[in-house]
Design a protein around this ligand. Structure first.
Ligand code: OGA
Ligand code: NI
Length: 359
């Protein structure tokens, strides 16, 4: 390991150029053996995660899907989406081997030399659909997040074969494909709860018309309490399907309270959360909840979310079936790609993105 650098040498040296521009990421910083956190990563005090707001006596529901046809299962899914916006599923039918393989492939991708990963950065990637990066949106952030990522927008198998990094392409595609059925069933249950009887072609596009898979790498961090892995945000998806390893660190905000609960890793389970698009389509019935990830001082962590989204050209707004029952719409119709652009133009800022669609 490289010798530890002193604070003075870190602060006079161009951290941003090293981590962001040259593609070393926070993984590169971590491997320098820093003893202190570079100042660019120090979050304002109100964003640092303090244990005083963490509650241990409550947790998000864990739903067993082995009995799909039992109406109680659909009820549990709708309840969890209304009260928590987050739940875990077990016995979901996605083979454990596919989950293990995609975790291993994620580690494999981040182990590649920086020059190799950086071929997929914003400045070098031949396509916007493939993006390696660090933090969230470094140019718009006052303080950076302790995370590297690879983000892959799915268009077709052919495009994936041509553009996605070979270190993780097949494993990412396998995970996406094998999660299709469970995603459809979850959405069917959630739609029934809104009085939507059938997912026709239009609804299929709105609910699951496009997909993005991210591979997140959170290296071991010096002074983890001063920074975050991911800052407070809600996802812009309809649903997010998240695979995490056994390290932990994801925290979810309780509905309308300043209290956070940990999402404990459960072997073989998948975390599901409602995103802003589904909150808007359901006119606020299903909740897209704020969540964040702490940095870890002892171990590297990975996670692999699949964001199930509307198509970029879809117009999203409260579904007619919801409004027909006499509810007053609280969101207007917005072009989904405008919504997503708004999200990526700013740093993570909790639940503020959804104001963009408020009437
Ligand atoms: C995200 C996210 C959580 C995690 O990528 O949007 O919230 O546990 N990730 O990595
Ligand atoms: Ni998220």
């Amino acid at each position: 390991m490289a010798p530890a650098l002193s604070m003075d040498s870190i602060n006079s040296w161009d951290v941003i150029s090293f981590a962001v521009d040259k593609g070393h990421g926070v993984k590169g910083l971590a491997e320098l053996g820093l003893e202190t956190l570079p100042k660019q990563y120090i979050q304002p005090i109100e964003e640092q995660i303090t244990y005083s707001t963490v509650v241990n006596d409550d947790s998000i529901p864990v739903i067993d899907l082995s009995n799909w046809n039992d109406p109680k299962v659909a009820e549990q899914i709708c309840n969890a989406a209304e009260k928590w916006g987050f739940f875990q599923i077990v016995n979901h039918g996605i083979p454990i081997e596919i989950l293990e393989n995609v975790k291993e492939a994620t580690r494999g991708f981040f182990q590649l030399p920086a020059e190799e990963k950086n071929k997929h950065s914003k400045d070098h990637s031949p396509s916007n659909n493939v993006r390696y990066g660090t933090s969230f949106t470094p140019k718009a952030e006052k303080a950076l997040e302790w995370k590297d990522f690879l983000s892959l927008f799915y268009v077709s198998d052919d495009e994936a074969a041509a553009l996605w990094p070979s270190a993780c392409r097949n494993e990412a595609l396998d995970f996406m494909k094998s999660s299709k059925l469970v995603i459809r069933r979850l959405l069917e249950a959630l739609m029934k709860g809104l009085n939507v009887k059938e997912i026709d072609e239009t609804k299929e596009s709105l609910l699951m018309g496009s997909k993005r898979i991210n591979m997140n790498y959170y290296p071991k961090c010096p002074e983890p309490e001063l920074t975050v892995g991911v800052g407070r945000h809600s996802d812009v998806s309809t649903l997010t399907i998240l695979l995490q390893d056994d390290i932990g660190g994801l925290y979810v905000k309780k509905l309308d309270r300043d209290a956070w609960v940990h999402v404990p890793p459960i072997d073989g389970a998948i975390v599901i959360n409602v995103g802003d698009a589904l909150q808007i389509l359901s006119n606020g019935r299903y909740k897209s909840i704020e969540h964040r990830v702490i940095a870890n001082g002892r171990r590297n962590r990975i996670s692999v979310p699949i964001f199930v989204n509307p198509r970029p050209n879809d117009i999203i707004g409260p579904l007619p079936e919801v409004i027909e029952r006499g509810e007053k719409p609280i969101y207007k119709q917005v072009l989904y790609s405008d919504y997503v652009k708004h999200f990526f133009r700013k740093a993570h800022d909790g639940k503020e993105t959804v104001d963009f669609a408020k009437i």
